[in-house]
Design a binder for this molecule. Sequence first.
Ligand SMILES: C[S@@+](CC[C@H](N)C(=O)[O-])C[C@H]1O[C@@H](n2cnc3c(N)ncnc32)[C@H](O)[C@@H]1O
Length: 358
Amino acid sequence: MCLGHYAGLPVFVQGGLPNEQVQVEITKITSKYRLGFVKNLLGNSSKKRIESDCSHFGECGGCQFRQIEYSHELELKESALQRAFPGNLVEVLYGSAKEYRNSVKWNSDGYRLGFFKSNSNDLIPIDKCQNLPQSLQPKELLKNSKLIKTKLNQKEWKFRWNGMEIFPYQKVSQNMTIGDKIFYLPKNSFWQSNRFLLELWLEKVGESLNDCKSLSEFFCGVGTIGLGVPQGFDKYLGIEGDGNMIEAAKKNAYNMNKNHYEFEQMDLYSKSLGLDWKKKLLCDGMVLNPPRNGLSSWIIETVGFARPKILVYSSCHLATLKRDWEKIKKFGYTITKLILFDFFPRTAHFEILLVAVR
Ligand SMILES: C[S@@+](CC[C@H](N)C(=O)[O-])C[C@H]1O[C@@H](n2cnc3c(N)ncnc32)[C@H](O)[C@@H]1O
């Protein structure tokens, strides 16, 4: 995102590169700022610029980085992480930058599938999205009358692919695999979307927890991390807000012979925990994997109470991770590992794995 100014207001522009002069199409106007994307280049383009491989790029809100080489995108992401955590070594791990997603949320106008224009609800019909495997492309889905009725009578169509079958996952449950582990997912549940990096991510989380016999996990989903890491724990407690996912996590634990693992449903943003709960959460290792909002003040308080030896915080949002870390480090933690997992190539997003010890 670049910053320009027009008529006394800031204009945030997607698709520009340093030192370029560009013509911008404005997509959103507020009293405080405008948003837009690069419509045309005026004058010389940056040496880093390449021809985008997608005809929808710029207009479509999905990708922000198709105008540069993938290697340069990784450099930009790494430097953003490095600036946020100066003095720490950043490791960058990535997989294929194409066809990497295992799920998609298509929008529909009743006739076609597409994505919304950036910052608007205007549909851009899409013929092919480079981030999706063949099976999740509109043509393929529309061919399959079992998945989509001939009339697209829904505004949103969510599909997930497990390598063999496609599921309309807002309506049906399904199984997903990581290595030789099978996870049951209830309908409409969260699952990490990068199909190439999930196993490596869990290996790295597992390595960090090698010295732990007990583990507490906040935002545990269907048990992806607690059950997905290679090792087991003598004592485990996972907390998650979605009751169906908690039931699924219990079922997954049972199927993986981890009957002693405990899972509890709780709204981790609105509720603060009493002393009994905090005591229950005492552990050697703690995993935090929140949504973009990051941690509530009481979760941070609980970290300070439990003071686990090892803390693993995996986040898809650099700003909230940084905000939370500034508070957590006051409990005496130092960072031992900072890994950028590029879960979302060609977009401005990425996953960060931060490991800290005290
Ligand atoms: C980034 S996902 C991580 C899930 C899991 N660790 C995984 O890797 O599949 C965040 C999780 O937070 C859960 N969540 C969202 N809001 C919540 C809330 N208010 N209280 C508790 N959990 C919540 C979501 O259901 C989701 O499972």
